[in-house]
Design a protein around this ligand. Sequence first.
Ligand code: B12
Length: 372
Amino acid sequence: MASDKALVKRCAREAGFDLVGVASAAPFAREQAVVLERLAHGMMGQLPWYTEARVRRGCDPQAILPGARSIISVACSYYGQSPAIPSVGSHGRVARYAWYRDYHAVLKKRLKGLAGMLQEGLGKSFAYKLYVDDGPMLDREVARRAGIGFTGKNTNILTRAGSWVLLGQLVTDLELEPDRPLVKSCGSCRACVPACPTGAITSDYVLDSNRCIAYLTIEHRGPIPREMRPLMGDWVFGCDICQDVCPVNLRRAAPAVAPLSPPQNTSLELVELLEMDEEQFVERFAGSPIRRAKLTGMQRNACIALGNLRVAEAVPALTKALGQAPPLVRGHAAWGLGRIGTPEAQRALAEALAVEQDPWVREEIALALGAA
Ligand code: B12
């Protein structure tokens, strides 16, 4: 068993993982209770796919793979130098993980490679299921149990080199010696809790998705609650504030052994985004996690960032969006124009109110005129 584990560690490194650990396949009973309580209290926002049945299945490795004995947990760092934001135009910030090729594809390929190497090294085939984010398992709890890292107060897993890691796992029927969880914690540090501009970390280890900028900009479909908009700053896709302020990340972050890809889309020019059509969006963000928010979601986010940055030069583009875009974008364009508040922006709002038919967009325009 011990030599099998040594093989797992060697192969994982060869497959491109920064960290690997082994967890037992015992049920995640305690974690299931916590998550179900959070779900029942509405803390997971409106994620149609995040259901009670999914959580129960994900917390029961036997339901995932009958005969499961061990879970191999892996982590890939996505830390790298931060390129400077271009000085021309108005740019929105993008969460660090989305600077690279979609990690689901990269990590799944590496996990398949790892399984292949192990089957060859062990000289036998074994049953396995692999997951990266989109499966029912609680990836962070698997990683914590496998000693990859500990749970931070911002709810992220912190390795010894911080939280800039993405996680995946192989559930297998192999009998492997489990690793021990790290005996570490945030101690008295609470830097991330007050740093969240929307107050999403409602108390240590508790995140209210409804307030999290990552949730609002990536997962949330429909209008962004009005009270959240001014707090979102210039984030257009995801958010890293609770990780940026973490002292472990500030002191210990180490570049990835095998980067997911060269960085791209480290920031997005907001007017360009607002003026993009579907075809350009699909082409520009092919293979990027940014596709997940869809064009209308990204344009909604761009309107908010332009409003928060008060970009007067964006008034013509926002005015065009107010006249022609889908209702979701029209309503947020109105909000952006209201925040910018120049006479030109007010004129555009007044003219739009005279012709707009959609009741929600009309309400947004009226409020924006009031704000201006
Ligand atoms: C839903 C989801 C989200 C939601 C909800 C986030 C959340 N906190 O759960 C939203 C859309 C907001 C989100 C945002 C992000 N996500 Co996300 N997300 C997920 C997903 C799909 C499920 C997570 C889940 O089930 N949460 C359930 C909640 C209740 O769990 P929890 O908040 O972690 O709470 C646990 C702890 O707090 C702990 N706990 C409770 N009390 C106490 C007390 C003590 C003392 C201790 C020690 C622990 C503890 O128990 C709880 C249950 O396990 C996972 C992938 C997966 N399949 O697991 C990725 C995942 C968690 N996300 C990930 C990432 C990268 C992000 C972002 C950084 C992306 C970004 N930059 O925009 C942000 C981070 C925001 C944050 N601070 O969490 C990574 C995290 C990697 C890491 N290092 O931890 C994951 C694991 C994806 C992956 N496979 O790599 N995400």
